[in-house]
Ligand binder design. Structure first.
Ligand SMILES: [Cu+2]
Length: 88
């Protein structure tokens, strides 16, 4: 059985010729709303990123990006540039 998520990706691929990927990054060092905003803005500023959700309490960041335009390393660097440690 095929789930909606997979179906979405296939449709996006057929329509746009590329795929939206999602990744969850473990980000260490986020302690407050300021950190949350800094990380969110940094990731949003990466070309090809369409969605960023920061889970401050879980120290996790969900990112949706177009893999024709960017990659996990670029997103990771953007967060590290703000002074936070990232594990995929
Ligand atoms: Cu903070």
């Amino acid at each position: 059985m095929i789930n909606n998520n997979v179906l979405d990706k296939i449709l996006t691929y057929l329509i746009e010729g590329d795929t939206n990927m999602d990744v969850t990054l473990n980000v260490q060092g986020m302690t407050c709303g300021h950190c949350e905003k800094a990380v969110k803005n940094a990731v949003n500023s990466v070309n090809g990123v369409s969605e960023v959700v920061v889970h401050l309490n879980d120290k996790k960041v969900d990112v949706v990006f177009n893999d024709a335009e960017t990659n996990v390393d670029a997103i990771k660097s953007a967060i590290e540039d703000q002074g936070y440690d990232v594990q995929v």
